[in-house]
Ligand binder design. Structure first.
Ligand code: SF4
Length: 95
């Protein structure tokens, strides 16, 4: 194989590798990519409207409160309206 052929072959191999990686990325992020915001679905995070002991959205670092402490807010990682008394498996206590 001369130098020119070698370069050509390597470039094709890299392009093919990139295509495979893109396909794998699309396959693995498909279910949670459905939402335009790029957030996870409530179902995939096992979100529920009730707390898990003392763990609830109002004391989770991902929670974005609504207009009042009782009002529904939003979450940085889970899509849709989020209850301050809700909970999901991505719960992370406020520091
Ligand atoms: Fe609630 Fe889960 Fe979002 Fe935390 S990550 S605010 S527990 S929905």
């Amino acid at each position: 194989m001369n130098d020119q052929n070698h370069r050509h072959f390597s470039r094709r191999a890299v392009l093919k590798g990139a295509a495979v990686l893109a396909a794998v990325a699309a396959a693995t992020t498909g279910p949670t990519r459905a939402l335009a915001q790029g957030k996870a679905t409530k179902a995939s995070m096992q979100y529920r409207d009730s707390p898990n002991g003392k763990q609830e959205c109002s004391n989770c670092m991902q929670f974005i409160p609504g207009k009042t402490p009782q009002a529904k807010g939003t979450c940085k990682v889970v899509a849709g309206e989020i209850s301050p008394k809700g909970w999901c498996i991505a719960y992370a206590p406020k520091g």
